[in-house]
Design a protein around this ligand. Sequence first.
Ligand code: CDP
Ligand code: MG
Length: 199
Amino acid sequence: MKYTNLEKTLILIKPDGVQRGLIGEIVGRLERAGLKMTALKMVHASREDVDRHYALTEEWMKGVFEKAKAKYEAEGQPFDYADHIAYGTEIKNGLINFLKSAPIIAMVVEGEKCVSLVRKLVGATEPASSAPGTIRGDLSHDTYALSNAQNRPIRNLIHASGTVEEAENEIKIWFTDTELYKYEHVNDRVQYDPTWFLS
Ligand code: CDP
Ligand code: MG
């Protein structure tokens, strides 16, 4: 394979994305960005798969706690959680149950610096705050306030790895080596081959 330094990232279309009939729209947006699909399947995840996928740390709990608290405070609303452990544990449990409740789509895409690129295409965690043009911002509108009031995870359609290291670990959870395809796509030449069009 000629183009060796391309990143890979793991994307899941969560149960709300599948149920809302947005598989094609989401896959289409990733393809239109020039990314190459190297693995794609539907899976009804087990508790074990999801536990491995969301092996969330205390650091992650601090992050979700601070993000939600800041949003509530900006809106002048009380945020009634004692600390990041209380909030983070509740989010984590809800998220694990949600992700294994119905079929999801798992896929791997490949491209130059695609981990951060895909996060940009996906948008912010809370759909209502996600920028227009992003998957979450255009196709969903859930809020922290509604999801917390209903005691359920935010319905934000999609998961995408946050870092290259996270992507490497997450890809191994959802795909075996033989399910990860290596192939030449016509876009590879157009996007990455310096000799393209010279000859
Ligand atoms: O998915 P993303 O990386 O944007 O967010 P995260 O902070 O890593 O949280 C993982 C997932 O937990 C989110 O996508 C939401 O589905 C869920 N979550 C939630 O339901 N409520 C929160 N306050 C924070 C996260
Ligand atoms: Mg994350």
